[in-house]
Design a protein around this ligand. Structure first.
Ligand code: PEP
Ligand code: MG
Length: 570
């Protein structure tokens, strides 16, 4: 039995076998072959194996994915059987006496660059298909087949170096009981998604992919951030008990689903949820969310290799608004970049992607994409209480420009005779220190703020949210952050505007007394945190928390603040 400690990323206890989702090293050595015919046979065998793999994956995927998503594998099968690809690889083997793996690598790289250079959407997608298929084919040639989560057919705990948001989106929630990764932090997007999928997760386990084999028994504690590998019988029993206690605790909390979040002295705050798509709405309702405080629309763009059309987006926004039945829904415009990539947009490779062309910065470069999204949102605005929010705003100029584009699209729609709501609120995320410091000026022009602490903390402390090496600098309770939050809330209130928080801090129990005391109006969090925060806030007095917050902003370290709060909520 081995114990691995990591960072607790998503609450819950899971016990199941390990499934390693680790990409093999596919480095190719270029060699000269003597027996050319034999090398061609090797290539043909790898092709048949790859065709079989694609067929199996497609069958498995059709059970878990939509028909459209499963159709990707048909496109891959077509690429594999393309005679041009095959004949060019065989020519290289024959004429240059290259080994099959090197020949394939050269030919596929040539095709990929050729298609990518065409710039057209259709050819870019073909380039992506060729890349995918060649990788699978190469893996078979090298005898190191790729793992595929679509093939999981029993309950497992996924072990990986990292899971990208799109990997996480593909996990089958019914079979994937939990996951543990080498890297990541509490605010990396795979951790955030794990919480909304209610999958227990531990991240930053450093070397877990080396310490665990597929099939090992795993007991994972997403609350304490611990993974036990091949636990003995007594430890398994201990985890079964912990799991049952956690389930019972969640059941008890369910009694608060329809209750309001009111402090002991009668102050009401709104507890709303963060979602990544319409699939998360059931979780919002089951957990008593009073609305949506952050719809991360970028996940819509990750579902396929094409950009979602205006009509497709309109349908999703309409569904979310209708389903929330007049409750507030804050939709954030596209926030791609940083740790979020999408197939349909080729982002430039940057030294510091979190400081580069991300979110509105990208939308200003690709106004076509931005305008399509804004039109879909404006059209959907008549179906509920929609609030549009721009991410990564650093300057008032950026806000004015984004709002200007929104208003232009509104005018165009009205001229086309399309109805648009008059009550649409337009706000910004406060996640860049420059905007937090200048909140008093922003407050005159925006309808609301939502504080994105995940980024605000990373930018204030200059500490990459993906890096476990600097995770000690994720310090939501540092007085510097509390002072920024106070300034933002006070500035909004002075202008009669409201302030929410949609960063992970809003869902943390230690933060609730402080944020309440600082006057936060709306707390937006993973739906699974709503009920525990409600229970806690209902036990607190706003007046007392104001005193606590006052003391906290005058502390000098995070440790002092934590000690103050712990004395209150223990
Ligand atoms: C944030 O930065 O706090 C936030 C909510 O946005 P995201 O995590 O998507 O960057
Ligand atoms: Mg952010």
């Amino acid at each position: 039995m081995t114990m691995i400690k990591g960072i607790a990323a998503s609450n819950g206890i899971a016990i199941a076998k390990a499934y390693k989702l680790v990409m093999p090293d596919l480095t190719v050595d270029k060699t000269t072959v003597e027996d050319v015919e034999k090398e061609i046979e090797v290539y043909e065998d790898a092709m048949s194996q790859t065709a079989k793999d694609l067929e199996t994956i497609k069958e498995a995927a059709s059970k878990n994915l939509s028909a459209e998503e499963a159709a990707v594998f048909d496109a891959h099968a077509l690429v594999l059987s393309d005679p041009e690809l095959k004949s060019q690889v065989e020519d290289k083997i024959k004429n240059e006496k290259l080994n099959a793996a090197a020949a394939l690598e050269e030919v596929s790289t040539m095709f990929v660059s050729m298609f990518e250079a065409m710039g057209d959407e259709y050819f870019r997608e073909r380039a992506a298909d060729i890349k995918d298929v060649s990788r699978r084919l190469l893996a078979n040639l090298l005898g190191k087949p790729l793992p595929n989560p679509a093939l999981i057919d029993e309950e497992v705990i996924v072990i990986a170096d990292d899971l990208t948001p799109s990997d996480t989106a593909q996990l089958n929630k019914n079979l994937v009981r939990g996951f543990a990764t080498n890297i990541g932090g509490r605010t990396s997007h795979s951790a955030i998604m794990a919480r909304s999928l209610e999958i227990p997760a531990v991240v930053a386990c450093k070397t877990i992919t080396e310490e665990v084999k597929s099939g090992d028994m795993i007991a994972l504690d997403g609350i304490a951030g611990v993974v036990m590998v091949n636990p003995d019988e007594a430890t398994i029993q201990e985890y079964v008990t912990k799991r049952d206690e956690y389930i019972a605790y969640r059941e008890e909390l369910k009694k608060l689903v329809n209750e309001k979040t009111v402090t002991t002295d009668g102050h009401h705050v709104e507890l709303v949820a963060n979602i990544g798509g319409a699939n998360d709405l059931a979780g919002v309702k089951d957990n008593g969310g009073e609305g949506v405080g952050l719809f991360r629309t970028e996940f819509l763009y990750m579902e396929s290799a094409d950009l979602p059309s205006e009509d497709k987006q309109y349908e999703v926004y309409k569904e979310v608004l209708e389903s929330m039945q007049g409750k507030p829904v804050v939709v954030r415009t596209l926030d791609i970049g940083g740790d979020k990539e999408i197939e349909a947009i080729d982002l430039p490779k940057e030294m510091n992607p979190f400081l580069g062309v991300r979110a509105v910065r990208l939308c200003f470069q690709r106004e076509d994409i931005f305008r399509t999204q804004l039109r879909a949102l404006l059209r959907a605005s008549v179906h509920g209480d929609l609030r549009v929010m721009f991410p990564m705003i650093a300057t008032l100029g950026e806000f004015r420009k984004a709002k200007g584009i929104l208003l232009e699209e509104k005018e165009k729609l009205l001229a086309e005779g399309v109805e648009v709501s008059d009550a649409l609120q337009v706000g910004i995320m406060i996640e860049i220190p420059a905007a937090a410091v200048l909140a008093d000026q922003f407050a005159k022009e925006v309808d609301f703020f939502s504080i994105g602490t995940n980024d605000l903390i990373q930018y204030t402390f200059a500490a990459d949210r993906m890096s476990s090496g600097v995770s000690y600098l994720y310090q939501p309770y540092n007085p510097s952050i509390l002072r920024l939050i106070k300034h933002v809330i006070d500035s909004a209130h002075k202008e009669g505007k409201w302030t929410g928080m949609c960063g992970e801090m809003a869902g943390e129990s230690l933060a609730a007394p402080l944020l309440l005391g600082l006057g936060l109006d709306e707390f937006s969090m993973s739906a699974t945190s709503v009920l525990s925060q409600r229970k806690l806030i209902r036990s607190l007095s706003k007046a007392e928390m104001e005193e606590l917050a006052n003391k906290a902003i005058n502390c000098s370290t995070m440790e002092e603040v934590v000690a103050l709060v712990e004395a209150v909520i223990k």
